[in-house]
Design a protein around this ligand. Structure first.
Ligand code: ADP
Ligand code: MG
Length: 698
């Protein structure tokens, strides 16, 4: 039976063949249903018109009413822009466009009353608005309250299809009787228990909300449906693939593990460490391949957990591999782990890009012979030339730097894929991990070893530099060490290196009686190691560096982390850097140096750092601010969910709720064969039929 929602959009009043083609091409709107689901991406409160004279401080998006006085083009080539002066009688503001210059000039003129909508930002002592939305002022529309703004392409705008056009079309469509009878894909009992708005009402309110309250209820309902359907899709995929990957059975916890636990443990494990080891023992004994993500904040003690997990593999006659993203980190793991391993007679070797040929050959031979139990290294250890006798477990530290292809290589190292333990200090919320990685199980070390003091974090501006140096000096006099970190990114490499070198000179001049080590990615490995070693052994008191020290380095005597141009770092990165201090028993400090003028968002972002030491909170904030698409690791997971309304980062609670509800639903209708289930299956199919079977990649 053909459904009303499948009706071709050309049958809608106001849409001729030309416009239909345009809507199809530009917005993928082909049917009535497509149009109804094309929701505004933002709502503006058009009940208030601000006065230019009242603009001050940080402003949100606001509405202004006034006229353009002048239009002037400036700049050349890629920097060409159009600048206009806009006034409302109380003052004037600059309006700037970087593209569509010609179109703007042809379509907007001086002397006409316009409504402008945008975010004023301070620029050189005055305010300007970049790329505002512009409507000709009409008295009746100005006071309409909440109004949806639709995302439109340039091409649509140049054919004068605006937000208002879409609003009119949707209004026409919603007036049809069938619009009140939309079929709801959600099971009735969920609609009841979760108090969800009926679908027709929710759809109407998404487009034409009466007020904020109604809009919020509608958004909740639509997000809920979107995430519930997604979870049904994911859970059914997991079920289909779960049985596929058989794993080596590590049936026993044997001699090495037990001896280490009884005789060589350097400190009592925390409760969280014990729990996580138990979880992995269970996985690896189950006959299914383990795919586990271990999340634990910086300094939570993941290394020893990884080591003890490798002992379980060894006790069952298998070899283990531990991979780290950088040479520094691999080396540090090797140093820590080989010391532990030596106590129980386990053979460990290090393989990196700079391992000499002879050593490399020896390692290859011992791997094949089975003489070597554990190989630690960088990417070098998954190269095709590296053959294990019997690889049973791979530990990957900092998973976000390992791509899917690299993991696939690992899988081919034995007749069955080895168990995989992925460790990360950049936690992502559990529900998001499950949603993004599908069948990856998640363990969390949510407890730090005893005696750690939270790092005190402060923000300081350039004029405070003297004071900052004085503080660092005090710490040095107390025998402590300090890191001073500079940003270095490729696009800006030349300038960044200059700043770094200048910083180094400054620090040397400021602290003439102390030794300063200097490390950046441009140094040869040997030189880098030498400098790091100077700092690690306490011969150097200050380490001026780029983010090469971000992961790994463990110098418990360091008590100060100064981060220059902190505004240029992401939150997770700042948290990682901060994790380099606070490793000893004394109070440690993290100082975020920034320029004085920060945007509202940047200030907010940095304030998160001063307010919490909890990596999970930091990660969640990071995601809220940047969106999960930007979070390292989520992109390469290869999953394109195409969520229209919900946001995996911001709607964590709904993600969890729908996860639980979807599990409960599938428990009684696993194959979606009831009448309600079939409706749901139809919806899943509509949205995800084109998805590749991605759930195996993690
Ligand atoms: P991360 O999780 O960041 O990799 P590490 O494994 O490097 O953390 O551990 C950080 C420090 O804490 C190391 O010096 C380690 O020896 C120490 N440590 C780990 N677990 C414990 C524990 N249970 N009790 C005391 N110290 C611990
Ligand atoms: Mg670590």
């Amino acid at each position: 039976m053909a459904e009303w929602t499948d009706t071709n959009i050309t049958y809608l009043k106001g849409v001729g063949p030309k416009r239909a083609e345009l809507l199809g091409k530009e917005l993928d709107i082909h049917t009535f249903g497509d149009l109804l689901e094309y929701f505004p991406f933002r709502y503006v409160d058009r009940s208030t018109i601000h006065r230019i004279a009242d603009i001050s401080g940080e402003m949100p998006y606001i509405q202004l009413r006034g006229r353009f006085v002048t239009f002037v083009t400036a700049g050349e080539g890629a920097k060409r822009r159009l600048q206009a002066l806009f006034t409302d009688g109380t003052g004037s503001i600059e309006v700037v466009w970087f593209n569509r210059v010609k179109w703007i000039q042809e379509n907007y003129r001086t002397g006409v009353d316009y409504l402008l909508f945008g975010k004023p930002s301070p620029y050189q002592n005055r305010y300007s608005i970049i790329h505002p939305e512009i409507d000709v002022y009409k008295p009746d529309q100005a006071t309409q309250g909440l109004q949806g703004v639709y995302s439109l392409t340039e091409r649509l705008q140049s054919r004068s299809v605006t937000s208002r056009t879409l609003r009119t079309l949707v209004t026409t469509l919603l007036a049809q009787p069938a619009a009140a009878l939309l079929r709801d894909p959600l099971p009735q009992h969920l609609r009841d228990t979760r108090r969800l708005l009926p679908l027709p009402q929710a759809v109407r309110a998404m487009h034409l909300p009466a007020d904020y309250r109604e809009l919020q209820r509608a958004q909740f309902r639509i997000k809920y449906e979107e995430l519930f359907v997604l979870q049904i899709h994911i859970l059914r995929n997991i079920k289909r693939t779960a049985s596929k990957a058989a794993g080596f059975v590590f049936a026993t916890v044997g001699e090495h593990f037990n001896r280490f636990y009884r005789e060589a443990l350097p400190f009592p494990l925390t409760g969280a460490q014990k729990r996580v080891i138990r979880e992995m023992r269970h996985d690896m004994g189950s006959g299914r391949q383990m795919n586990r993500l271990l999340q634990g904040d910086v300094g939570s003690g993941k290394t020893i957990v990884a080591f003890m997990t490798t002992l379980i593999a060894i006790d069952n006659g298998f070899q283990a591999a531990i991979m780290a993203p950088t040479e520094i980190l691999a080396t540090q793991h090797y140093e820590t782990i080989s010391a532990l391993a030596a106590q129980v007679g386990v053979n460990v070797a290090l393989l990196t890009g700079s391992t000499r040929k002879r050593e490399r050959d020896r390692i290859h031979q011992q791997l094949i012979d089975g003489e070597l139990h554990t190989l630690i290294g960088t990417h070098a250890l998954i190269e095709d030339t590296v053959q294990f006798r019997n690889l049973g477990l791979a530990v990957i530290d900092e998973q976000h730097r390992f791509g899917v292809a690299q993991r696939a290589k690992l899988w081919r190292k034995n007749v069955s894929p080895p168990h995989v333990l992925v460790m990360t200090a950049t936690p992502i919320p559990r529900t998001l991990a499950m949603t993004v990685y599908g069948d990856l199980d998640v363990s969390v070390i949510d407890e730090l070893p005893p005696g750690r003091k939270p790092v005190t974090t402060v923000m300081r501006y350039e004029p405070d530099r003297e004071r900052m140096y004085r503080f660092v000096g005090q710490q040095l006099r107390q025998g402590r060490q300090a890191y001073i970190v500079y940003p270095l990114i490729e696009e800006n490499e030349k300038l960044d290196l200059l700043a770094l070198e200048k910083g180094y000179d400054d620090v040397c001049a400021t602290f003439p009686h102390y030794r300063v080590a200097f490390v950046h990615g441009r140094l040869k490995p040997a030189a880098k190691d030498h400098q790091m070693q100077l700092f690690a052994t306490g011969q150097a008191h200050i380490l001026v560096a780029t983010t090469v020290i971000e992961v790994g380095v463990n110098v418990p005597n360091a008590s100060v982390m100064v981060i220059e141009n902190a505004e240029r770092f992401g939150l997770s990165q700042l948290h990682q850097l901060r994790g380099r201090v606070g490793r000893g028993a004394d109070q440690s400090f993290c100082i975020l140096m920034t320029k004085y003028q920060l945007s509202h968002d940047t200030r907010h972002r940095l304030e998160v750092m001063t307010q919490t030491n909890d990596g999970f909170v930091v990660a969640e904030e990071d995601m809220k601010l940047r969106g999960p698409g930007d979070i390292e690791g989520t992109q390469q997971s290869g999953v394109a969910f195409n969520l229209r309304v919900a946001n995996l980062a911001q709607d964590g609670q709904i993600v969890q709720l729908t996860r639980d509800d979807a599990e409960a639903y599938l428990a009684h209708d696993p194959d979606l064969t009831t009448p309600e289930g079939r409706l749901l299956a139809h919806r899943v199919h509509q949205l995800y039929a084109h998805d590749a079977d991605w759930s195996q990649i993690s």
